[in-house]
Design a protein around this ligand. Structure first.
Ligand SMILES: *Cc1c(COP(=O)(O)O)cnc(C)c1O
Length: 364
């Protein structure tokens, strides 16, 4: 795609979209990631043509050759962001430019082509606009999943010459099942998520594939999520399988592990750093060890811990379990700081609070 020639999307409306009453039934209790909208975006890339053939089409299976490179070597990256319904019947996205930029960085790490930021945002806007009836009311939202994969039919190991970029959308309610106010986390001893020089900072499917066994171990130990330690010293807390983590201390200060290539640079994490500093809260991006976490939880120095990400927003951590036993944080109910920051973030995302940092992007 040349800079002067804008890629035009060809829109093919769904010939038989789901009837309104059936859609309303699905939206009553959508859960997470199972209810999909009527349409999807596709844009193709070939090394000789660049980005081309942009479409919004009825959502459907994608024909694939069994030798498509992604199926063998996992050259794939993705994003996740939410569209919210506004009080006046419109729709907004939260900091989509940050998702667009991170998508480019993830692609770069996986030796994939860079999708222009405008095209990323336009693709999201188009899908939200066309499938607007699927944005749930109340606490729900429309979760957008832009992704791109290697589509060259070739079993040699090299960056693919062909890629397919898609955006699909899923109506979502609350992320965690069950009504426990705080989650339990399992400290993985045997497995790590990311090593220095690896792909930990890229949002790629392979990172998730590598985390599933540890997540299964967490489930076996009756924990909701796994918390990963660093791959070198096996002592520093990095993040959960798909969420960043924050700690709140008795003096009011907070700590979150520093970015350094092995942690996914969450947009929620970044937004919370800004919101906390706006409130005059001291937040250090500093390494924090599992031993210190345990000691501080025992002494009362640590007051709260929470995980954060787009899908689950802010989720308090109530119990930390490992091979050496378990410890609790607070009294198992969400802490005051966790609630305060969640309210501040959700207030902006939902258009109920002022937006001093211009984070809200209006779709329509
Ligand atoms: C997506 C993701 C996060 C959270 O990022 P947000 O931009 O806040 O949604 C955290 N950790 C991992 C591993 C992720 O993939």
């Amino acid at each position: 795609m040349s800079k002067t020639q804008k890629l035009q999307f060809v829109h093919t409306p769904h010939p038989s979209p789901l009837p309104a009453d059936q859609r309303a039934e699905l939206l009553k209790n959508p859960g997470f990631g199972r209810v999909f909208t009527d349409h999807m975006v596709t844009i193709r890339y070939h090394e000789s043509k660049g980005w081309h053939d942009a479409r919004v089409e009825p959502r459907a299976p994608i024909p694939m050759d069994p030798a498509a490179a992604v199926l063998h070597y996992a050259q794939e990256v993705f994003e996740g962001l939410k569209a919210y319904r506004t009080a006046d019947g419109g729709a907004t996205l939260f900091r989509p430019i940050e998702n667009a930029r991170r998508f480019q960085k993830s692609a770069e790490r996986l030796a994939m082509p860079s999708l222009p930021e405008e095209l990323f945002i336009e693709s999201c806007d188009k899908l939200v606009s066309i499938d607007r009836a699927w944005i749930p009311d109340g606490d729900g939202s429309l979760y957008l999943r832009p992704f791109m994969f290697a589509n060259e039919v070739f079993l040699g190991v090299k960056p693919s010459s062909d890629y397919l970029y898609l955006v699909i959308a899923s109506s979502v309610g609350a992320y965690f099942k069950g009504d426990s106010p705080a989650v339990s986390v399992w400290v993985s001893d045997d497995y790590t998520r990311a090593a220095p020089g690896g792909t930990g900072a890229a949002k790629c499917g392979g990172n998730y594939a590598a985390s599933l066994l540890a997540q299964a171990e967490a489930t076996q130990h009756k924990c909701d999520q796994v918390v990963f330690l660093d791959a070198v010293e096996r002592k520093w807390i990095e993040e959960l399988g798909g969420m960043n983590v924050f700690f709140v201390f008795d003096d009011g200060s907070m700590v979150t592990p520093p970015l350094g290539g092995t942690i996914l640079p969450g947009i929620t994490r970044n937004s919370l750093l800004t919101l906390a500093r706006d409130k005059g809260i001291t937040v250090r991006e500093e390494r924090y060890s599992i031993q210190q976490w345990k000691a501080d939880a025992a002494s009362g120095k640590l007051r709260e811990a929470f995980a954060c990400g787009t899908a689950a927003v802010l989720t308090p951590i109530g119990t930390v379990r490992s091979k050496d036993g378990e410890f609790r944080i607070g009294n198992g109910s969400p802490g005051q700081r966790t609630e305060e920051l969640k309210a501040a973030l959700v207030g902006i995302q939902r258009g109920k609070a002022a937006d001093p940092h211009k984070w809200i992007h209006r779709v329509f």
